[in-house]
Design a binder for this molecule. Structure first.
Ligand SMILES: [Zn+2]
Length: 278
């Protein structure tokens, strides 16, 4: 995958990026327009307009033409390409780049131990998941294992492969990130639901459920509990174990994971302050 700045970026990102220029002046307007035009428009899809002020043209042309406005019709091509990048059609070599970058971010931010956590993405009829014991901060091509959505699971695949597959079979997730965020795990011992108090956390994750199972690693019970819960929320915490986040892609799932851990760190600091009488 070429990354978010490449071909497989969501179609709207070009427009957003364009609007993010210098604000309040003509430059930003030009950038916004360039951002919009970065989408591959079909030549024949633009409705040509006539200059305003012609009574003859105004009487016969569409209303947009009478106003002198340019109407652009967006092609479906980039949307289809972006959707395909989420559900399949991307080479393993390109996938490795994203796996590697997300794995490095998780490891670098302390949200997994050296050999902990696992990542997967959905493809057509299968998923690609990290192998058991893989170092997420140092992934190579050999660390990626293809697993069909039905049938036998390779013993090389992560111990949580059955869980990842259960999530794909019961939700529309395009990717899954499993992490061991320290503060989220600590709070999971005391809460049935984690409700962030910081503004960003409360906005993105108003309420994060905590589930408890008797065998919290690699069990069918765990797979069913997580898959069932992720039908209604993007991320769940398994008490004493870690977080499972779904997303359109790995970056999306990483985002939820990162927001959860930051919010839990803030909650933890607030609890400390309260305990100290502040
Ligand atoms: Zn784990």
């Amino acid at each position: 995958m070429a990354g978010w700045d490449g071909y497989f970026s969501p179609p709207w990102r070009g427009a957003r990026a364009g609007r993010r220029g210098t604000t309040g002046n003509r430059v930003s307007a030009q950038k916004a327009d360039r951002g919009f035009e970065s989408l591959p428009l079909r030549q024949d899809s633009r409705l040509q307009v006539t200059a305003a002020g012609s009574h003859a043209a105004g009487a016969s042309e569409p209303r947009q033409a009478r106003k002198g406005a340019t109407v652009k019709r967006i092609s479906w091509v980039p949307w289809v390409a972006w959707w395909r990048s989420c559900v399949g059609g991307v080479s393993l070599e390109d996938l490795l780049e994203t796996f590697s970058q997300v794995g490095k971010d998780l490891w670098g931010s302390g949200m997994v131990t050296s050999h902990g956590g696992n990542l997967s993405v959905r493809r057509e009829g299968e998923m690609v998941i990290t192998r058991t014991g893989a170092l997420l901060g140092h992934l190579t091509q050999e660390d990626l294992v293809r697993v069909p959505l039905e049938g036998r699971i390779s013993p090389r695949a992560s111990r949580e492969a059955a869980l990842h597959r259960a999530v794909y079979l019961s939700t529309s997730a395009g990717a899954l990130v499993h992490s061991h965020p320290v503060h989220a795990i600590a709070l999971s011992f005391y809460r049935d639901t984690i409700a962030p108090k910081d503004a960003e956390g409360a906005y993105i994750l108003p309420s994060v459920p905590v589930v408890e199972v008797s065998q919290p690693i690699g069990s069918q019970e765990l797979a069913q509990a997580v898959a069932q819960t992720l039908r209604g929320v993007p991320i769940v915490v398994v008490r004493g174990h870690g977080a499972f986040a779904k997303g359109c892609d790995l970056w999306d799932a990483l985002h939820y994971t990162s927001v959860l851990e930051t919010s839990c760190r803030i909650l933890y600091l607030l609890l400390l302050n309260e305990a100290n009488g502040h």
